[in-house]
Design a protein around this ligand. Sequence first.
Ligand SMILES: Cc1ncc(COP(=O)(O)O)c(C=O)c1O
Length: 392
Amino acid sequence: MCALDIERIRGETPGIVVSTHLLASGSALMPQSVVDAVVGHTLLEAQIGGYEAQARQADALDRVYRLVANHIGASAREIALMENATVAWCHAFYALPLKPGARILTCEAEYAANYVAFLQRAKRDDLKIEVVPSDETGALNVAALKDAMDEDVGLIAITWVPTNGGLVNPAAEVGKIAQAFDVPYLLDACQAAGQLRIDVAALGCDFLSATGRKFLRGPRGTGFLYVKEKWLSSLEPAMIDFFGAPWVAQDRYALRDDARRFETWENSYALRAGLGAAVDYADQIGIDLIAERVGLLADKTRSHLAEYPQITLRDLGSTKCGIVSFSIGGKDPHLIVQHMADSGFAIGVSYPSTTRIDSERRNLPTMLRIAPHYYNTEAEIERAIEHLSRLP
Ligand SMILES: Cc1ncc(COP(=O)(O)O)c(C=O)c1O
């Protein structure tokens, strides 16, 4: 595909005819090629057995590492395939040696799964968590981050695109600071993958985690971790098994020399095949075209929502992404989601407890969330918002 062919893309997306799905930030509609990859591998397992299917598909399964690596500007050695973004993120976070008293710098929009891990390690390893304030647009304040740097900073860990709020944090600016101060940088790219270009060199991150099911349009239960080459000689996973760390003598294991040291022996190869097909599909369309269209549709969503006085937009940042957060005065968001679902529109909610620092600072209620993907049309968005505005 050289330009974005919406009709073709919609034709290749079986869910299009079932509902108007506007929640790529939850779990997007898979293209047919992803479904075929998952089902095809599962059928092969049913026909010849799981181990035999893996062996027969070994080259194709190995290609998944290269596809993911190419997609983010890494090498295949730097990729570990995971079952979700949280596991990927935790593998990097819990492996990092941090001395007592070390400071972890993070952002106001940090995701709950990451923050509870900070809290656990802070308690266990006597670390300090410090939230870098946001600037007037709501994005991480890069100048404040720079001011906060000193020799006690052990880690910078931020969310690039938060689960709510439309924000795109200045991830590459943060990377420059991390590199200048030689501090490890762990980037949560879960909500960015599949809607924004990821280039790990430009981002300057040491570790990056992402999920398959959101904007990448992969199957549920997939994700990946990027580990920069320089860490591969030294980073000891917090947990190992004999795939990532073969048992080479009775008293010894030897870590693999690539990022797969974070993996375990047993995996869903059908889902991995699906993840590969999803990355392949995104690359064939072109991530820049995807990003442009997602941005355009999200802007349309914001401007249509803004036409209704009862609706309050809750998005932050001067650079916004494909996630649109809002509330409708006095209405129960869960009921709204249910009413919309009953009429064939999939939208979602976003809970304050998923980004507690940001939510409490802004006194946010449980919000509604619309996240169109490139396969959606403006007409679908207009119909959804029109319907939303007429709900009792
Ligand atoms: C910003 C962010 N990080 C991490 C995650 C966790 O991803 P997963 O559910 O794949 O573990 C999410 C999930 O919504 C998220 O929004």
